[in-house]
Design a protein around this ligand. Structure first.
Ligand code: PLP
Length: 352
């Protein structure tokens, strides 16, 4: 007997998420997963690990509360923002009955988590300039419990207009939660929806230490929402979701001194992004889009050739679902310079 026949049908038929790490590659310049290029080193302070961790460690909530300027009762910490997506779907969506709604092209994990949970998806594509199609969302909103909005959006890099998110919050009152994924908001903190949390009890904000805080390997994220939503998520989260070493290092990363370092690194990345964008826009046959995050999206007629040419030279970029697109995470100045130089060589040899 084929033992895999015992698995759930959805699981048997499931196409797993192709993370940048799974796709692999052999490179020395990794610009494919929107990680930070800064290697900040940490030393663990509490090394005794014989005790379980506290489910929602107060010192970590306080540290993030201080950074985000929001009450601890409105914060949940989890294994990355990805776990929060999963918890929200399991807490709010009845399998086979309720829907989530999201707006492609966008982050892949909303639909992945929904599929695994047996929850259906409605897709309302972004408009041509990658903004919300509010009339179409309004038509689709029946049976929807969660609406995922990613701003700045991955993979396009642009912000979703705040006034549109507010209109969506008005439209969805009493019907669905609006989950704003702010994984990249630390690159443009003034654009956060956090100041709307008190006004809209059905607004949920996702945050992470994986991008601007340069801690993708730590696996630490935060959900910001009305305390009643946070309580429900606390009720279903695993008993010990945040390992003791993670608590220790996340608290260090959120110290006054390290917040200053993070902000300085964000300034550098934003400066490097502007340089990378200006250089890309000078290359033949490339259209590059404005970004509020730590990556850029470009479109070029022979994207697969360009992607492969750089891959073979050890520069690992990311393809996205958008035709002929390549997503490039902003690296250190010398990495960006080498990327531009190799792209220029390739395009001059091949593209006319
Ligand atoms: C990277 C990313 C996440 C995942 O964050 P983790 O905290 O590493 O799980 C969530 N949303 C978006 C849009 C991302 O790009």
């Amino acid at each position: 007997m084929d033992i895999t026949k015992l698995a759930r049908k959805t699981v048997r038929e499931f196409t797993p998420y192709q993370s940048a790490r799974k796709i692999g590659g052999q490179g020395d310049i990794w610009l494919n997963a929107n990680e930070s290029p800064f290697e900040n080193h940490y030393q663990m302070q509490n090394i005794a690990l014989n005790r379980y961790s506290v489910c929602q460690p107060p010192q970590l909530l306080q540290a993030y509360s201080h950074y985000a300027q929001i009450d601890c009762a409105s914060i949940l910490t989890s294994r990355g923002a990805d776990e929060s997506i999963d918890l929200l779907i399991r807490a709010f969506c009845e399998p086979e009955t309720d829907y989530i709604l999201y707006c492609p092209p966008t982050y892949g994990m909303y639909s992945i988590s929904a599929q695994i949970a047996g929850v259906r998806c409605k897709q309302v594509p972004l408009t041509q300039n990658w903004q919300l199609n509010l009339p179409a969302i309004s038509q689709q909103i029946e049976h929807v419990k969660l609406i995922f909005i990613c701003s700045p959006n991955n993979p396009t890099g642009n912000l979703i207009a705040k006034k549109d998110i507010e209109a969506l919050l008005e439209m969805s009152k009493g019907q669905a939660l609006v989950v704003v994924d702010e994984a990249y908001i630390d690159f443009c903190p003034q654009e956060s929806m956090i100041d709307k949390l008190l006004r809209y009890p059905h607004l949920v904000i996702l945050r992470t230490l994986s991008k601007a805080f340069a801690l993708a390997g730590l696996r630490c994220g935060f959900t910001l929402a009305n305390p009643r939503i946070i309580d429900m998520m606390r009720n279903i989260i695993a008993p010990y979701p945040v390992p003791v070493p993670v608590i220790d290092i996340a608290c260090q990363a959120l110290s006054e001194q390290n917040l200053i370092r993070m902000k300085a690194q964000v300034t550098t990345i934003n400066t490097n992004r502007a340089w990378l964008q200006s250089q890309l826009s000078l290359l033949p046959n490339i259209k590059v889009f404005d970004s509020a995050s730590n990556f850029l999206l470009l479109i070029t007629p022979k994207a697969d050739h360009l992607f492969e040419a750089l891959w073979h030279q050890g520069i690992i970029l990311r393809r996205s679902a958008i035709d002929n697109s390549i997503r490039i995470s902003v690296g250190l100045a010398e990495q960006n310079e080498k990327t531009i130089a190799l792209m220029r060589d390739h395009l001059q040899e091949n593209n006319h």
